[in-house]
Design a protein around this ligand. Sequence first.
Ligand SMILES: Cc1ncc(COP(=O)(O)O)c(C=O)c1O
Length: 423
Amino acid sequence: MNNQELLSRRDKALPRGAATALPVFVHKALGSEIWDVEGNHYVDFASGIAVNNTGNLHPKIVAAIESQLKQYAHIGFPVLSCEPFVRLCERLNDLAPIDDAKSTLFTTGAEAMENAVKVARFYKGRQGIITFTGSFHGRTQLALAMTGKVLPLRMGVTPSQAGIFQIPFPIPHHGTTEQDSLKALDHLFRATISPDQVAAIVIEPVQGEGGFYQASPVFLQTLRKICDEHGICLVVDEVQSGFGRTGKFFAIEHADVQPDLIAIGKAMGGGLPLSGLIGRSEIIDCPPPGFLGGTFAGNPLACAAANAVLDIIESERLLDRANQIGQTLQRFLIDLKKTEDVLPLGDIRGLGAMVAFEIVSERCGNTPDAEATKRVAAKAKGLGLLLLPCGYYGNTIRISAPLTISDDVLETGLSRLAGALKA
Ligand SMILES: Cc1ncc(COP(=O)(O)O)c(C=O)c1O
């Protein structure tokens, strides 16, 4: 088997919409390293899109899944309860920066977002939802309507869902300040929807697909104040930024803000599909029995894995490790940017291990170069490094290495990154 043969089988069998960023077929993945079917070795700076915070096949996760598998694999939480589900929710409630929290589980991030909106609308009896440009909340119709990026997500679909409005996410170095965003919100309230018709403002504290742009603590605190003033729920989408990625368990903790609802997913299942919604009791407890659920919601194997993920984050001090990795990455990128033999690098940013940089068309400028960014990801793949481009302007390379990555593998990844960025 080789990558090319498998790719042509893939192209015959799958629709083009089900695309893969890199033309690689995996044979084996362990920790933060991956081998393809031809034996090529890759350092994983993608983590399956911020899922493998605890690496691939962490022995504690494997053991937890094996042990659960010997008891039962599926019972259907709407039918029978299972202890690992409840234990996980208890632990999430303790970890969440929400006084008096309750939580429940689903399968995908999009589902968590759908339920966040359903709960906020039910609790408030209002329909309006405000989201941000550059946001990504999932591929289902409602989550897509909330998502602030046309290509390749909303293209040709233009999902129109009544009551969803977008305002600009602040990216000062691309010309949108926090004041601009707040002004747009003020205009929205004056011109389009009165705040007493808005159920929720939904924000990723650090945008994922949008380009790892951070909402500042002051901005998030201001949103909290606006929400309080108008009785609006503040919903944070931590599907990508949660579970230790930013050096705190939830990215919103950096802002010292209590949200009303937190959507989670990705890294929580340690590689198995699992998502959830944590909320202030008064809000999340409001809808009636049967309102929240799903056939596969909180699958027992995924819950067992997630409980192991929480153990690992604590026992291996992965929040500290995220900060160390982030510092190493940022130092490396800042030094690299100064050298003449690499492509022009623009903004370098990061919160914990959620680090990104932009590729621009001229040194000391900010003009995005999306084409060069795609070429860098392709070149990195050739050098044995998995990198994912992203961003509102398509010129961001994000680094989401597993938080369990060793210093040696990180070093190897960084030297391959330097090679991929050679001008
Ligand atoms: C912030 C954010 N929200 C929601 C989602 C959707 O998650 P899923 O693909 O599991 O539906 C994603 C996925 O990338 C995400 O990054």
